[in-house]
Structure formats: C-alpha cells, structure tokens
Design a protein around this ligand. Structure first.
Ligand SMILES: Nc1ncnc2c1ncn2[C@@H]1O[C@H](COP(=O)(O)OP(=O)(O)OP(=O)(O)O)[C@@H](O)[C@H]1O
Length: 668
C-alpha cells in the first residue's frame, strides 16, 4: 500500500512538474523528510500491533495450559509437554513458541525449528524410516537439499539404519506341556516302589510281576503305569467322561525300564476285552527291538489272559505273518491278534496289501524310540496307520460309540459325541524337545513324563540336554589310529573287562576288527551288523547274552534299545558323530540301576569337538584314561604279525591300504 501511495505521489509530482515550473531545490528537501517520517511512524505502529498480538496469544495459551494442568494434575510431564503444540491453534512458522528458550525456538535457514531438527536427528539415530506426509511432507518440499544427503524420490525418506546393531538373543519358549513335565526320578536305586503299592494295578499282574522277580517298580513305571490305567478307567470303548484321553510322552534314561511302563498297563486294560481285535500296536525301528518287546508282551500275556501277541517285523514270510493276523471262519474274517508289534516298513506293507490287519479297533498306538521314529516319518507310516484306524468313518451309525471320525480340530462339538479313543504313547531316552518335530505326530493334549537331573541335589530338568544313567562312568582314551586294535585287546586280555560291546562307525571297520581279533587269538569275538542275516544276528545276540562271546563288535544296529544283561563295558572304537548315538550306545551298560563303564577312543583331532558335544549334552563328567605305551608293548610283536596275516587274508595289497581305509572310515 505504501508503494502504491508512493507511486501515486510520484505520478502526481510528474504531472505537476509538467504543468508547473520547476521549484527551487531548497523547497524539495522538507517534503522528502516528511515522507520518511510518515514511513517510520507506520513501521512503528505495525511492530506495536505485532507485539500486542503475540502478547495476547501468549496469555491465551497460558490460560489454556493452566486449565489443562488443573484438569489433569496427575498426568506425566512428558505427555503434557507433547500436547503443547496441540494446544496452540494459531502456531505459524513465524511465531516463536513462548515456552521454549528463544535459542531453541530459532529457525534455521530451511525453516525447520531446532526442536524439529532434534526430532529428526533422533529418528536417524534410531534407524527409523518414515513415510513423509502431511506436515512433514510440506517441510520436505521446502527443504533445500543438503550436500551429502539425497532426497527420496518416491515419497519415502530413508533416515538411516545401516549401522551395526547388537542382535537380540532369541530365547526358546517351549509349550507348557514340554516346559513343565511330570518329573521322573533318575536315581533308580533310591526310588523303588513296591509293586503292591501301585494304584490301579490288578492283583493278577502284581502276582505275575513278582513271579518274574520284580518286587519293586522303577520310577518311570511307578509314574506312567497309573497314568495310562487312569486314562482307560471307563473301559476300552469310551474315554474318561466320554472324552478322548491325553496322549502320553515319556523321556527317561536308557535302561530305566520304559518297556514295562507300557507293557503292564496295556496288558491290564486289554485283559477285559471280549472280542479279539487289534487294540494295541507297538512300532519299533528294528527287527531286534521288535523281537525284544514282543517277548516282554508275551511273557505278561501268557498264563492268565487270552491275549494274542503277533509280530510283523519280517522275521517270517509275508504269508506266514498274514496267517497269524486273521482267519476266515463262516465267511467272515476274524482277528487272531490283540497286540501287534511291528517295524514301520513291514506294517505299511500289511496295511497296503490288505493282508487282514484291521486297525479299526485300535486303542493304543505305542511309539518306542520315538525320536528315531519321527526321523523315519518320511516313510509316512504314521499317516497310513491313522488312515487305517479311521477307515470305517461313521459307518456303524452316526451316534454309535463304535463310530470313529478322525478329529480335524479339537472343538467342544468335535469332542462331545463319545467315540472309541485312540491314544498315542511315546517312549524314548532322547525324546526331542522340538515342538515342530513333535507336531508331526498329531498329539492330543499331550502329557510329558521326564526324568530329572540332580547334580546338586535340587531336582531340575536338563535344559536342552539328556539324561545319563546314574551308575555309568564315562572315560575317553586319547590314542592314535594304529593303536586302537591294541587297546581293545589290552582291555580284554590284560584288564579283563569282558564282556565288551564295541561300536564302530561302519560295518567294514567292524568286519576288519573282528578278523584281526580272531587272528590274534585268545578272545571269543563276534560281529553284529547288516552283513549278517537276521537269523545270524539273533544267534549272535543270544550267545553274547549267554556269555559265550567276550567281544561283540557292532555297528549302530545294536546301539538302541538292545537289552543284554551283564554288559559291563561299552567301547566306542570309533567316536560317535551325534550325541544321541553316543547316549544310546553307552546306555547298553549301566542298565536297571546297575553300574557300567563306557570308553571312547579319541584321536587328537577329535578330542575338542567330542568333549564339547558331551559337555553340552549334560554329562555328569567324563574322565581321561591314559593307557601307557609300555602296557601295550608286550602285545606289539604278536600284533604286527597278525596285521601281516590279516593283510594276506583279506587280500589288501599292503598294510598301509588297510590303515588308510580304516582312517577314512573313522574320521569324524
Ligand atoms: N521294576 C524292575 N525291576 C527289575 N528290573 C527291571 C524292572 N523294570 C525293568 N527291569 C529290567 O531293566 C532292564 C532295562 O529295561 P528296559 O529295556 O525296559 O529299559 P529302557 O528304558 O527301555 O531302555 P532303552 O532306552 O535303552 O530302550 C531290562 O532288563 C528289564 O528287564
């Protein structure tokens, strides 16, 4: 307006100068002074107005603030501060925030306040990447590009986050049933329970146990037997209260008596059955284990019950197994088996070839060596079994208790109609704690029984570790490859540690060592591996058990579950590669509360890794056992001669080749 006024005045002046004669110079000066004076006055008035406006705004804000403070007296000061900007409705870019010190409120060249800059700096430090929109976007639009910084082309401003930050440790959180198991005491000897005191155990079975020389039950049996019996309290056809019973998982050390923990309750529950149908199925990973478990089932089924136990493990021809499963009478097929003990491969064969194995009445599915069986899930044996169990669907009438429909989801509706339950019972000395692996088993409200670790006397469960038998003493023997055979001979002939169960990592090593010991003489040895037929293996095991064999050299075929009484010493001729293998191997001794020793021969390169692996597994302690070279010297001459004989016998061109091949196989 001032400019327009001045222009107007200039125009008028020009007009006057054209019409009027020019005034003398002295007359011009006062006019200019007058104009400057006017401008000054106008400026002062404007400044006064501005100050007044600011003062009013401040007063208004103060009043509002005071009111708010009265209203929410308990509010945190930080939150209150944050609201300041919200409380100032007419805050524009030119006004100075009155509550802040003047320096802080000062604007920089780009128009952003110090406070805003600080906020931005914090965001950069915390590595936040925010999308700029609304107010921030406008700010960005007016921001002049700073050297070294690139503005984001897509509406996103990258504020940083490239610097190294410490990675947060992820802690494993187990489901409650895995994290809080029912505790089983690991110390067998001081936790024996008289058989007659076990709740729910029938008198005939108590008698049978006593007749078999069992006066007391081991901790795992005292916990698990009543739990299984309780879940079948209402009989075979219906779960307790009409509901499906909980599945049971048991993790207890090797040799702690897990077999009887499922054999006894299953026999007791099935004794009440009227019609013979397959109601219990035990699945085990190897033929030898199936035979062993079958033997235990038979010993408790015979005399006193009419239960039939059938084994499907390939020890007989398929046709012979088929004949033992069912018979045709009066045009209808009748089951001849109440309890089936099987290996997964043979079991699936019988299901697929419809050999007369009906699982529609199955009440107990026992998975022994469960972790190993989960590993073999790729064979999909479990899904085939479950399919066979629910094959009849709703055929026997919609509300009949014989109706069996595989529950997809557990809901009130799916659980309310009573139906014949299928209960899974899992057993292992090294049961996985991996919920993802366990999920493959489709467990229903599982209940875990697990042994305790009591180094300090306080019962605490091994975290991520394993349980070792109480009576076991572990040793490792540092050695060289060429001295290994001499060491085993030293253990047998000089230390008199027989019977020894010796493990190698391959059947070739087992075979060569067997030949070497045979040629050396003075020791009754045998090998046990897939080189032998099932019948030969059975014979070897029997002879070993009878004490006819002093040294049994085996692959991991005998590492799991094999129960041979009287093994004093286990030798890991080749160090095992996995901790689970180690635990099962050494668990062939110190069984049923007895004592035993386990030696592991370690090459220099293996020592560190092996000891770390065993330590992490929670070993109560592994001792170093040094065999002095002079102790082996007496046998060396004979040993060299034997090696030559062996080289000729197995037609290996030179001794070096023998040693080299052994080296290759036994390297970790
Ligand atoms: N209550 C008991 N009293 C005496 N001996 C028992 C008792 N229970 C089991 N045993 C014996 O203890 C030994 C080990 O039992 P079992 O084979 O069931 O152990 P396990 O826990 O299955 O071992 P693994 O994990 O190695 O398979 C067997 O010889 C068995 O006869």
């Amino acid at each position: 307006a001032l400019l327009a006024k001045l222009q107007q005045k200039a125009k008028e002046k020009l007009k006057q100068s054209r019409t009027k004669p020019k005034e003398p110079k002295e007359q011009k000066e006062p006019k200019k002074q007058k104009e400057q004076k006017e401008q000054k006055e106008q400026k002062e008035q404007k400044e006064q107005k501005e100050q007044k406006k600011q003062k009013e705004q401040k007063e208004l804000r103060d009043v509002k603030k005071k009111r708010k403070a009265d209203k929410s007296g308990s509010e945190e000061p930080q939150r209150h501060k944050k609201r300041k900007s919200e409380d100032v409705p007419s805050f524009d870019s030119d006004s100075v925030e009155p509550d802040e010190p003047v320096e802080e409120a000062k604007k920089d060249k780009t128009g952003a306040s110090e406070k805003q800059k600080k906020k931005k700096k914090n965001e950069v430090q915390s590595g936040v990447c925010v999308q700029s929109h609304g107010e921030t976007e406008t700010e960005n639009a007016t921001l002049k590009p700073t050297p070294g910084k690139t503005s984001a082309p897509t509406g996103f401003t990258i504020l940083g986050g490239f610097e190294n930050k410490p990675v947060q440790k992820v802690h494993r959180v187990l489901p409650q049933w895995l994290a809080q198991p029912d505790v089983i005491h690991r110390d067998i000897k001081s936790n024996l329970f008289p058989v007659s005191d076990i709740p729910g155990l029938s008198a005939p079975l108590v008698k049978k146990l006593q007749n078999n020389g069992i006066q007391h039950l081991f901790p795992v049996q005292a916990e698990v037997i009543p739990a299984i019996l309780e879940s079948a309290q209402q009989g075979l056809l219906i779960g307790r209260g009409g509901y499906k019973p909980r599945d049971i998982c048991v993790s207890a050390p090797t040799g702690s008596g897990k077999t009887l923990a499922f054999v006894i309750p299953v026999i007791q529950v099935l004794t009440e059955r009227v019609v013979c149908e397959v109601r219990a199925l035990a699945v085990l990973p190897t033929k030898e284990l199936a035979q062993q478990v079958c033997k235990v089932f038979r010993s408790y089924a015979e005399g006193g019950t009419s239960l039939n136990v059938v084994m499907l493990a390939g020890h007989k021809s398929f046709a012979a197994e088929q004949a033992s499963l069912s018979e045709l009478r009066g045009g209808t097929r009748r089951s001849l088996a109440d309890i089936v003990v099987a290996t997964p491969g043979r079991l699936v064969d019988h299901i697929n070839r419809d050999s007369g194995l009906s699982l529609e009445h199955l009440r107990f599915l026992i998975i022994d060596e469960a972790d190993r069986m989960i590993d073999s899930m790729h064979q999909s044996w479990l899904s085939q079994v479950v399919k066979a169990v629910y094959r009849s669907g709703g055929g026997a009438g919609a509300v009949s208790i014989f109706r069996r429909i595989e529950p997809a989801y557990v809901t009130a509706a799916s659980l309310s109609p009573p139906q014949m339950p299928l209960q899974k019972l899992l057993f292992s000395a090294t049961l996985t704690q991996n919920p993802e692996k366990l999920q493959q088993l489709g467990l229903h409200q599982p209940r875990l029984f697990s042994s305790i670790h009591s180094h300090s006397g306080t019962p605490t469960r091994t975290q991520g570790g394993y349980d070792f038998p109480q009576g076991l003493t572990e040793y490792y023997v540092p050695c060289t490859l060429s001295k290994k055979p001499l060491l085993i001979l030293h253990f047998l002939l000089r230390l008199k540690l027989s019977p020894i169960l010796c493990f190698t990592n391959s059947r070739e090593t087992a075979h060569r060592l067997y030949l070497l010991v045979q040629l050396f003489g003075g020791v009754q040895a045998a090998e046990f591996s897939s080189r032998l037929s099932p019948a030969e293996r059975k014979k070897t095991l029997k002879e070993f058990e009878q004490g006819k064999i002093q040294l049994m050299i085996s692959t991991d075929a005998a590492a799991r579950g094999i129960d041979v009484a009287g093994i004093k010493c286990v030798v890991n001729y080749d160090a095992p590669q996995y901790i689970r293998t180690y635990i099962h191997r050494i668990g062939r001794t110190a069984r049923a509360g007895k004592t035993g020793m386990a030696f592991t021969f370690l090459l220099g390169v293996q020592e560190k890794n092996f000891l770390q692996m065993v330590e992490e597994a929670g070993t109560p302690g592994i001792q170093k056992q040094i065999v002095k070279p002079q102790n082996l010297k007496v046998m060396e001459a004979r040993y060299e001669q034997t090696l030559q004989e062996l080289a000729n016998a197995i037609k290996v061109p030179s001794l070096n080749t023998f040693i080299e091949s052994t080296q290759r196989e036994s390297s970790l």
